[in-house]
Design a protein around this ligand. Structure first.
Ligand SMILES: C[S@@+](CC[C@H](N)C(=O)[O-])C[C@H]1O[C@@H](n2cnc3c(N)ncnc32)[C@H](O)[C@@H]1O
Length: 239
């Protein structure tokens, strides 16, 4: 199945995405965006999980997102942001118009060969490009069991410490551990919002949900629990 089809699939599950996916810890946002920045581009903004954190931190935010259903959610959840249709390869903003770019859980969908020059174009001199991923901490046995179930159909290998390259500086890296409280319905929404699950036949999707609930039962987890995450961050700067 093509990567483009996977990347385009998110819109079909925009509401489940908003309910089930985790936010980003404030310390990661603080690390990712220099406090001197005023205008920040949220690339691949989705339903606005990071956009809201950027607005709350006081930045002026341009949110770029290719999927129309995701942008519809974004318009409601992050009304203070300027919202644009676009991609990492083609950003509808002028040259040197933002102080910082943050791309959360989305850089693996872009073609870096085309997106890196595009990031350099829209950033002002000295601006930063930060890439963020929330990764489930599968050193906890129930999370490892959950990930085995989730990866039964497909495993998308994501490089969460990717190179950035010219004209950016050598990237700096940081990690933040934290826990996200959620319930069973929200966990199933998180599963339903994964790109390959959106594209599964209905019977396979139901079987996957049953397997996820079985993992919770086997590990004596009730309706409410905490998902451990490590937020992995990369930050590179323009000269
Ligand atoms: C996993 S979601 C992350 C959304 C949001 N940043 C968040 O953290 O919740 C990935 C997003 O990347 C978007 N996307 C897919 N291909 C893209 C591209 N080439 N450029 C920018 N965004 C893209 C998808 O539409 C989707 O909204």
């Amino acid at each position: 199945m093509s990567s483009d089809l996977h990347a385009a699939s998110f819109g079909a599950a925009a509401e489940a995405y908003e309910r089930g996916r985790p936010p980003y810890p404030p310390e990661a946002v603080t690390w990712a965006v220099p406090s001197r920045a005023r205008r920040v581009l949220d690339l691949g903004a989705g339903t606005g999980k990071l956009t809201r954190a950027l607005l709350a931190a006081g930045f002026d935010v341009d949110a770029v997102e290719p999927s129309a259903p995701m942008r519809d959610q974004l318009a409601v959840s992050a009304a203070g942001a300027a919202i644009f249709e676009g991609t990492g390869e083609s950003v509808p903003l002028p040259d040197a118009s933002v102080d910082a770019i943050v791309c959360a859980q989305a850089w693996h969908w872009v073609d870096p060969a085309r997106a890196v020059p595009e990031m350099a174009r829209v950033l002002r001199p000295g601006g930063t490009l930060s890439l963020i991923w929330n990764i489930r901490d599968h050193t906890e046995p129930w999370v490892a069991a959950l990930d085995d179930v989730l990866h039964r159909h497909t495993r998308q290998e994501i490089d969460t410490a990717p190179p950035v390259g010219t004209p950016f500086s050598e990237p700096e890296r940081a990690e933040f551990s934290w826990r996200h409280p959620l319930n069973r319905a929200e966990l199933l929404d998180m599963v339903a919002s994964r790109s390959y699950v959106i594209l599964l036949p209905e019977t396979d999707r139901q079987a996957l949900f049953d397997s996820v609930l079985t993992v919770l039962d086997q590990h004596n987890l009730g309706d409410s629990f905490e998902m451990p995450y490590v937020t992995r961050c990369t930050r590179a700067q323009l000269p």
